[in-house]
Design a protein around this ligand. Structure first.
Ligand code: TRP
Ligand code: SF4
Length: 330
């Protein structure tokens, strides 16, 4: 059987460094991994409606920005089909079919359902669509016969549910046509925001892929450190310092050791420590940042890539959906 990777992301904001190291970077690796036969990466704009049906003003804008982030930081349209969910109406059609066979209890048991209702208490999440989120997600992957779905830990129960829905479909319609997807768990490095809290749009504490080196520097220099290190002469503990979480990604193991020593003995100051971090970050992100500036000058290329990706996804989805209609005798 062909090994097919499918994953998506909601276009509610620019990608931040946590999104990059937690997802996109891994997608790029999968793209280079020749043990996979096909890869589909899409902007899940319909999914964005499930938690923000009344905040659509910026969806198109962030859809475009997300594609630019992806292309700048490594997605290759020669190796992956890059598209927008809402441009392929078969996602909605398959979602409808799957929604008919999905027991309510299965959906109500998904942890993100109750968790998000609590976390996003300011939003109206008592909707049919929000409950059906994992059902739409199942359609997203089943439509392309996904075998592997790279996701973070929070999404694993969704993929488990997708397997159950697919199995149920195959049982009911006496087929083995739909493929059971499995999650490819991405280790998400813990990258806190500049205030030490979770990186989040609402906290205004994120560093974005679109930030220039100078903008990133301006966010990093005042960044929170180990609160116990009030004066330069106070020793610190890297384990309690958000800056150090970044060193784990951007700084060589050798230098990390030096920093640990310097920090715990008050041998180095936080300013120098941050400067070392910024050097490492700049060299890691420089190629992507440069490509982003270039793509911003070449919107036609981006539009063309997207048009091609949409067309390719539409073609596959159409063929698959025709087969599915046949199976359910509709
Ligand atoms: N639910 C995913 C998220 O919030 C986004 C998503 C939508 C997705 N459809 C998908 C991920 C299909 C993987 C496969 O991050
Ligand atoms: Fe954090 Fe570095 Fe300061 Fe230690 S020296 S507290 S690791 S910024």
């Amino acid at each position: 059987m062909l090994k097919t990777v499918v994953s998506g992301n909601r276009p509610t904001n620019y990608l931040h460094l946590g999104n990059y190291h937690g997802a996109l970077e891994n997608w790029v690796k999968l793209q280079e991994d020749s043990s996979f036969d096909a890869r589909y990466f899409f902007v899940a704009d319909w999914h964005a409606l499930t938690t923000g049906y009344d905040q659509t003003d910026e969806l198109k804008y962030f859809t475009g920005e997300m594609i630019i982030d992806w292309l700048s930081f490594g997605l290759n349209p020669e190796k992956a089909v890059i598209f927008v969910q809402s441009q392929v109406p078969q996602h909605a059609e398959l979602h409808l079919i799957l929604s008919m066979i999905t027991p309510l209890g299965w959906l109500e048991r998904v942890p993100t359902y109750k968790d998000q209702q609590k976390e996003l208490a300011h939003k109206d999440l008592s909707n049919y669509g929000f409950l059906g989120y994992p059902c739409l997600q199942t359609a997203d992957v089943a439509l392309y016969n996904a075998t592997h779905v790279p996701v973070g830990q929070d999404q694993v129960p969704h993929i488990e549910l997708s397997r159950e829905i697919v199995r149920r479909f195959n049982n009911i319609y006496k087929t083995n046509y739909l493929v059971e997807p499995q999650s490819l768990l991405t280790k998400v490095p813990l990258l806190p925001g500049t205030d030490g809290r979770k990186m989040s749009k609402s906290y205004n504490n994120s560093i974005y892929l679109k930030d220039t080196a100078e903008e990133a520097r301006k966010k990093l220099m005042p960044m929170m450190t180990d609160p116990a290190r009030v004066r330069r002469t106070d020793p610190g503990d890297p384990a309690k310092c958000p800056v150090y979480s970044y060193h784990k990604i951007y700084t060589t193991k050798e230098k990390q050791k030096e920093i640990c020593e310097g920090c715990t003995t008050a041998g180095i100051g936080c300013v120098d420590c941050k400067k070392t971090l910024i050097e490492g970050m700049d060299s890691t992100l420089a190629p992507g940042r440069a490509k982003r500036l270039e793509l911003n000058q070449n919107k036609k290329y981006v539009t063309d890539v997207l048009a091609q990706g949409n067309a390719k996804a539409q073609e596959i989805a159409k063929t698959n959906m025709e087969k599915i209609r046949e199976l359910i005798k509709i």
